[in-house]
Design a binder for this molecule. Sequence first.
Ligand code: DCP
Length: 629
Amino acid sequence: MPVAKAGSSSDSRVIAHVDLDCFYVQVEQRKRPELRGVPAAVVQYNSWKGGGLIAVSYEARAYGVTRSMRGDEAKAICPNIHLVQVPVARGKADLSTYREAGSEVVSILARRGRCERASIDEVYLDLTDAAEALLAEYPPGQLEKKPIDEEALNSHISGLNSMGDDHNQRVKEWISRGDADRRDKLLACGVLIVTDLRKQVLQDTQFTCSAGIAHNKMLAKLASGMHKPAQQTVVPQSAVKEFLELLPIKKMKQLGGKLGNQLQNELGIRTVGDLSKYTEQKLQEKFGMNNGTWLWNIARGINGEEVESRLLPKSHGSGKRFPGPQSLRIVQSVEHWINKLSEDLCERLNSDLEQNKRIAQTLTLHATAFISNGTDSTKKFPSKSCPLRYGQFKVQEDAMTLFRSGLREYLGFFGVNAFGNKQNEWRITTLSLSASKIVCIPSGTSSILKYFTEDSDITASIKPTEESERDGGSKLTEVKTLIQEQDACVLDDNLGTRALENTGEAAPIQRMPTILRFFSPGDAPFPIKKQGCFKSLHFSGAPSSSGLPQLNQRGDGAIKRSACANSGSRAEKHLRADEWKYDVDEIDHSVIDELPPEIQEEVRDWLHPRSRQVKQRKGIAAYFLPKPS
Ligand code: DCP
């Protein structure tokens, strides 16, 4: 749900959205330079009709090739197109090369400001500090004297009528105008900074990217898509109204779905200009206070959303599609693929743990399904979540429990018994697993780290509570045979990373392993003794710039969670204010006694940060930034 935030004072920020051009294609072009400058596309691991296209070069787009096509279709309209198959591992697309390439770019972009990795190939930057510093170097009347890079002169300035031969001259004048207001001057500095960054990305990685520069995230994102590839677009405050006027509301973030449909169907609103004609009160009456204010704001280009300090992905996901006749129809086939997805997911969780000292806390299973004889296609297979236990077999086991729980609920919509006679009526067409709620492990907790990397008996003893879930489950004696029968000609599809980002997570179905409760944000149940009984404490996520939980300034026992981010001064200023709160004295120490002996001491130390020397920790960027030469 959108959150209405005040936009006041946010219009002096300098925010950029950087998006790599036809990203997977560029990664393949770097591996095989002969693919540069020619029509090319990356296709899914799926040979049916030449495979589904997931990334298309701009040369191929000129022939009318689009992402929604299959390889054969693309060849029909562009016979000389080069189709490159996405790398494959475990019978499914392996996106690790693309993820790593994305990290290379992030490490460069993060050098100039707060950086939020928004997807595999998209980044938001808050360049306000850098722009202010640059502006300070050039006092009034001096900015025009700064030599301007040719690439910056190719920028598109929204609202500036600069068509024709004098484009670069007009842009130059706009950038160096002595009489511009401060906000425009800051944006002009943003133009110069983003130009430098894009050039650096190209030089170091061989990738081109496009960018949008504006006073907020929403406008920057919309702007980056205006001129592609390898271009940048600026939206000054004075041009916002015109910029948004004819924009279809469906292009706005969060209006692509239900709320957007409601606006269209119930009020006949097609464009942002249409939306801006409604008063805030009217929108609040129709859509509630929060949504109403948010809609009123976005219609005016007001968006107070901060750029979060995050260089690493928010979640990990692994998924696969089973289209048409390849749909899965027996539990054993589902289990086979869940095991594959779990392997993939665990590999990434382990590497995140090793490299970045981060752990994920929630495992979610998503699936799409249909009932072969069913008529009601509106019923969706429910996504199911539970606390994530580290170790491949545990993930496999928990994912199967989630699947059975989801299947039972899904079939319940149709009055079908999940594991009864009619079990063959269901079909699964996509399966995916995601690991989310990722937090950093406090620095210095090396034995906690070990606990997560090993398949410890302690976690093995914490089994999902819904034993009954297993009753109708897998009796896997002949799995391989069954799989061969059913999935011999499975066509593989890469689900894409985006699909896994926003999950509607259901409530946990099991009690949290004790150790996980130490790391759990949200409403995790942390048992404390209170008048002889247990009560739950509310933890809410609060990144801090240090690697350790700390007492707050008031010394009242509030703890701040460690941030997985670089700790620049501005980044610190914008950390969220909510905190993990507990009263140290109220914690039941028997909880600690449950932990493996080697970590008990560390956890005790952690719970009493006052007695602990808080180590200065390097920002997470240190994991990415190139070593000084
Ligand atoms: N991707 C995917 N499945 C999708 C959409 C995208 O696997 N349904 C992958 C391939 C893309 C990458 O994500 O290369 C980035 O997606 P974008 O939407 O940013 O598209 P591109 O970078 O390919 O092209 P553009 O230059 O239009 O941004």
